[in-house]
Design a protein around this ligand. Structure first.
Ligand code: FAD
Length: 503
C-alpha cells in the first residue's frame, strides 16, 4: 500500500507542478531588457537581507543597471513555510535551502556579497555600517555608501520580555532552530528509553511537548510532531509512544485566527481526534527550566495560574522589529511612534528617508507579516527600481545630447527620449491576496483559496487540500534543486519513515 501511495503522490505532484510551472512561465514571463549601464555610471543599490523580500527583489532586478551590494548574515535563502516539517525529519533542512552563491552566480556583473549584519543606517550621509554577526564573527566593521537602500531584514522572535523563553525554549524561525528542535527530540527519546532512574513525574514532564502560539507555525509544528509520534515513534518505540503528548497554548480565543470559523472548527476537531490538547485564552506569564506558568481565563472572566511541566518548549508566539529597524526608526522624526516596523508609503519608500525602501516583515504597511507579502513587495520594488535606473540612464543621454551640436537625428532622439520619460513612472504597490494554507496533521490541510475572477475566498480542508498544499509549495520553491530534494524527502518519508538521529 505504501509504495503505491508514494508513487501516486510523487507522480501526481510532479505532473501537476510541471504543468503549473509551464503555465506560470508562459503567463508571467517578465523579460527585463538589460540596460548595460557602464559600471562607473551605475548607482549603488544596497540590499539588506537574504530572505523572501530581498531574494524576490534580486531575482527581478536588472543586474546590469546597478552596482548591487548584498548584506546578510545568512548565506542562503530559507523556504520558511516548510520549516516545521524539518523539525521531525519529514524533510531534511538542507532540502529547503538555496545557498546564496547559487542564487547570485548569474550576477557576475558587479554583485558584491558581504556576510555581515548591518549595524546602523545614516540617511544623511547615505551610508550604512556593517559588522560581524554570529554566523560571520570575523567580519570587520566597515562603512558602505548607497544611492538606493532596500532593507529586508525581517523581524525577530517576540518573547514579551519573558527571560526564560530564550534560555529554555526553542524558537522556530531559522534553519538552525529546526535542527536544535530535532536534537532535543532525540535527546528526550533517549532519556525516556534508556534512563531507568526516571520517576513518573520525570516521565510525564519529559514526554510533554508544549507549543506556544496558535498561528500557522505553532499549529503546523504541533501537527508534524503528532504525526511523528503516531507514525514513527509508535512503530519504532512502542514503549515510549503512550507517554508522549502535544499541547498547543494560545493567548487569544482561537488558533489559526486568520482562517474562517469553519476551518478553525475543522482544525480543532482534528486536533482533538489526534490527541493534541489545545488551550486557548491561555497566557504564558513565566518560563522556567522545567515548567511554564500559564494564566487561564475562565468563562466568567476569572483568572487562575497553572504550572505546566514540559520536556520540549517550542515558542512561536509572534515577531517584533529587529534592533537595526529600531535604530532606523529612531533616526528620523517621520518614524516617530513606529513600533512594529518602518512606516512606508505606497511606493514602499521609508517615510523621512530619501532613496530608502523597506519590504517584508521589517516594514509596517498594514499588511500581514507573510512570505506572500514580502515576495510581492520585492517583485514590485524591483520593477520600480528598474524604471528609476532607466530614467537615470535616459536623463544622462539627454544631457549629453544637449551638449552636442544639433542635427535632425539628434533632435529626433531628444524628442523620443522626452516622450519615453513622459510615459515612464514608478507604480504604487498593490497587494494581491492569493489565500492562506496550513498543514494540520494526519495528511490533512486547511486552505483559503482566493478566486480573483470571482473576487471571493473559498475555504477548503481535508486530504485533497493536503495534496493541494504540497503542490503549491513545490511550485513556490525557488529552484529545481529544492523541488527535487523536497519531493524525494516526501517519497522516502512515506516509504521508510522519518529518520531522526543525533548525528
Ligand atoms: P526574512 O525572510 O526573515 O529575511 C530576513 C533576512 O534578513 C534574513 O536573511 C536575515 O538573515 C537578514 N538579516 C537579519 N538581520 C540583518 C541585519 N542586521 N543586516 C542584514 N541582514 C539581516 N509566510 C507565508 O506567507 N506563508 C507561510 O506558510 C509561512 N510559514 C512560515 C513558517 C515559519 C516557520 C516561519 C518562521 C515563517 C513563516 N511565514 C510564512 C512568514 C514568512 O517566512 C515571513 O513573513 C517572511 O520570511 C518575511 O520575509 P522577509 O524578507 O521580510 O524576512
Amino acid at each position: 500500500k505504501k509504495p503505491l501511495r508514494a508513487i501516486f503522490e510523487v507522480g501526481g505532484n510532479l505532473s501537476v507542478v510541471a504543468v503549473m510551472l509551464l503555465l506560470h512561465s508562459l503567463f508571467s514571463y517578465k523579460y527585463v531588457t538589460p540596460l548595460n549601464v557602464p559600471q562607473k555610471e551605475r548607482k549603488t543599490l544596497v540590499i539588506l537581507g537574504s530572505g523572501w523580500g530581498a531574494i524576490s527583489l534580486l531575482r527581478d532586478i536588472d543586474p546590469s543597471s546597478f552596482n548591487i551590494v548584498l548584506v546578510s548574515p545568512r548565506d542562503y535563502f530559507l523556504f520558511t513555510p516548510l520549516l516545521p516539517s524539518c523539525t521531525v525529519g519529514t524533510l531534511q533542512t538542507t532540502s529547503i535551502i538555496d545557498p546564496l552563491p547559487w542564487i547570485i552566480r548569474g550576477y557576475s556583473n558587479g554583485l558584491k556579497y558581504h556576510q555581515a549584519e548591518c549595524k546602523s543606517v545614516d540617511p544623511k550621509s547615505k551610508t550604512i555600517t556593517i559588522g560581524s554577526a554570529p554566523s560571520a564573527p570575523d567580519t570587520e566593521e566597515s562603512v558602505i555608501h548607497y544611492d538606493y537602500l532596500v532593507t529586508a531584514v525581517g523581524a525577530e522572535n517576540q518573547t514579551f520580555g519573558i527571560e526564560g523563553v530564550k534560555k529554555y525554549g526553542h524558537f522556530l524561525k531559522e534553519a538552525g532552530d529546526a535542527e536544535k528542535i530535532k536534537l532535543k527530540i532525540v535527546e528526550i527519546l533517549q532519556e525516556l528509553r534508556f534512563n531507568k532512574a526516571l520517576s513518573k513525574d520525570d516521565v510525564d514532564r519529559l514526554s510533554h511537548i508544549v507549543v506556544v502560539g496558535g498561528g500557522p507555525t505553532g499549529a503546523e509544528f504541533a501537527a508534524e510532531m503528532q504525526d511523528f509520534i503516531d507514525e514513527d515513534i509508535q512503530e519504532c518505540y512502542p514503549d515510549v509512544h503512550p507517554h508522549l503528548h502535544v499541547s498547543l497554548i494560545e493567548a487569544s480565543p482561537n488558533i489559526l485566527a486568520m482562517f474562517t470559523k469553519s476551518l478553525i472548527d475543522y482544525t480543532r476537531a482534528l486536533f482533538k481526534k489526534m490527541h493534541i490538547k489545545v488551550m486557548t485564552k491561555a497566557v504564558v506569564k513565566d518560563v522556567s527550566k522545567d515548567s511554564l506558568a500559564v494564566e487561564f481565563v475562565n468563562a466568567a472572566g476569572g483568572k487562575s495560574i497553572s504550572q505546566i511541566p514540559y520536556g520540549l518548549l517550542v515558542w512561536a508566539a509572534g515577531i517584533k522589529a529587529r534592533p537595526i529597524t529600531m535604530q532606523m526608526i529612531s533616526t528620523v522624526p517621520e518614524q516617530k511612534g513606529a513600533r512594529k516596523g518602518l512606516l512606508v508609503d505606497e511606493y514602499l519608500a521609508v517615510k523621512g528617508m530619501s532613496d530608502v525602501y523597506a519590504i517584508g516583515d521589517c516594514a509596517f504597511s498594514g499588511l500581514a507579516a507573510t512570505a506572500q507579502v514580502a515576495h510581492q513587495q520585492g517583485e514590485a520594488l524591483a520593477i520600480n527600481l528598474n524604471v528609476l535606473a532607466k530614467q537615470d540612464s535616459l536623463q544622462r543621454e539627454l544631457e549629453s545630447l544637449h551638449r552636442i551640436s544639433h542635427s535632425e537625428k539628434v533632435d529626433d532622439r531628444i524628442a523620443a527620449i522626452e516622450n519615453e520619460l513622459l510615459h515612464m513612472s514608478v507604480k504604487p504597490f498593490a497587494y494581491r491576496h492569493q489565500g492562506a494554507l496550513a498543514y494540520i496533521g494526519d495528511d490533512k490541510a486547511v486552505a483559503e483559496m482566493h478566486l480573483p475572477f470571482m473576487k471571493k475566498t473559498i475555504p477548503i480542508s481535508g486530504t485533497l487540500t493536503y495534496y493541494f498544499w504540497r503542490m503549491v509549495y513545490l511550485f513556490e520553491l525557488i529552484s529545481t534543486k529544492t523541488r527535487v530534494s523536497v519531493l524525494f524527502n516526501w517519497l522516502t518519508t512515506r516509504l521508510f519513515g522519518r529518520s531522526l538521529t543525533n548525528l
